[in-house]
Design a protein around this ligand. Structure first.
Ligand SMILES: NC(=O)c1ccc[n+]([C@@H]2O[C@H](COP(=O)([O-])OP(=O)(O)OC[C@H]3O[C@@H](n4cnc5c(N)ncnc54)[C@H](O)[C@@H]3O)[C@@H](O)[C@H]2O)c1
Length: 335
């Protein structure tokens, strides 16, 4: 028997494990709560911006109560659209906390999409309006699909309004997602049509420093929640500079991205990091007319907690491809 094996889990393997969006929301919320309790070791992510419009992030974390240890290596290349590909792709490596040996390598693209949707749902629970008539969506790619799958059962909107600058992407989104959610989705002809007067707005567009960002502060009504998972790529600065509360998952990550050209008009005043709200150290929404912006850039603990959940299920069910890694103890001393 080999001393160490790696379990490889493809996207199809992960999708076959029966991990539902409610499972992901519960896992991610618990990991965020553990951060608030000081149970997470999570160094700042390393951003490798190797060209001005391409980036890779290395995101390690250890969550003690979940015994989850690992790292995600995830890319962002907006120009992939021209190749018919989404901009975000990644891998997660999971390690055994005892030996720190790697035990699994898995698709991080599905994990990223599922956990990013779940984080928005957790954020909306604490910071969203009590009643949501309209959910506005800007940028109808991979992430927006899971944003909708997570936010629809959380917010129960009466209508979804969606916009994408590529009409074919918008059409495909509406056709696919209308089969998956029980709320009517309207395809909008402009960003304003989707955003103006909406109670909750999500933007998930190309991750590029903003140039003539289309979303105006005046379109966001009092009491709204703005969830820009693409930083400020499509937000005019007044949106975040004049918010009643500005929340983010990691302030240090906002400072880093600011150095690379985002938030060019300056930094907003931080109200709280998400974990402080989830952990009860600071109140979430306190009034029906607060305009709140929650700019979550994504944390490693979300990926690593998800990877641990997936690995545990995969081992129980015998799913995945076992790859030889190290044959024997002796082998480690041979060269
Ligand atoms: N915060 C997080 O944790 C996190 C995690 C993963 C991805 N993201 C971000 O989410 C965003 C979307 O990623 P994806 O993988 O879904 O990409 P994708 O390429 O699948 O989709 C992006 C969509 O946005 C559309 N778009 C671009 N500019 C637009 C604009 N100005 N108005 C309307 N639509 C526009 C494109 O046509 C495309 O359909 C990226 O910015 C990515 O970096 C954030």
């Amino acid at each position: 028997m080999a001393l160490a094996e790696i379990l490889f889990l493809s996207r199809q393997d992960l999708m076959g494990l029966g991990i539902s969006m409610p499972d992901v929301i519960a896992t991610v919320e618990e990991a965020i709560r553990q951060l608030a309790l000081g149970q997470v070791n999570q160094p700042e992510k390393i951003g490798l911006h190797y060209t001005p419009d391409r980036a890779l992030h290395a995101m390690p974390a250890y969550i003690a109560p979940q015994q989850a240890l690992g790292i995600k290596w995830v890319s962002s290349v907006p120009a992939n659209t021209e190749r018919g590909l989404p901009q975000t792709a990644g891998l997660v490596v999971l390690n055994d906390p005892d030996t720190a040996f790697p035990v699994a390598v898995m698709d991080g693209t599905w994990i990223t999409a599922m956990r990013t949707g779940a984080v928005s749902a957790v954020t909306a629970r604490y910071l969203g309006p009590r009643r949501v008539e309209v959910l506005g969506l800007i940028g109808c790619g991979v992430q927006m699909r899971t944003q909708l799958l997570a936010l629809n059962p959380t917010l129960r909107p009466r209508q979804v309004r969606a916009f994408d600058i590529r009409p074919a992407a918008l059409e495909a989104f509406v056709a696919q997602m209308q089969e998956l959610v029980d709320v009517p989705i309207a395809a909008c002809g402009s960003a304003r049509e989707a955003v103006d007067g909406a109670d909750v707005v999500v933007s998930a567009t190309w991750l590029l420093p903003p140039q003539n960002p289309p979303i105006k502060r005046d379109w966001l009504k009092p009491g709204s929640l703005m969830l820009p998972i693409d930083i400020d790529s499509v937000l005019e600065p007044e949106v975040y500079l004049t918010a009643d509360k500005f929340v983010c998952d990691r302030w240090r990550a906002i400072l880093d991205i600011h150095e690379h050209g985002w938030l060019p008009a300056g930094l907003p005043t931080l109200y709280a990091e998400l974990a402080e709200v989830v952990g009860g150290q600071k109140p979430g929404r306190e009034s029906d007319d607060e305009r709140i912006v929650a700019m979550n850039t994504g944390m490693a603990l979300e990926d690593v907690s998800m990877a641990k959940l997936a690995y545990t299920r995969a081992v129980q069910r015998g799913v995945g491809l076992r790859l030889p890694f190290i044959g024997s103890r002796d082998e480690l001393y041979q060269f």
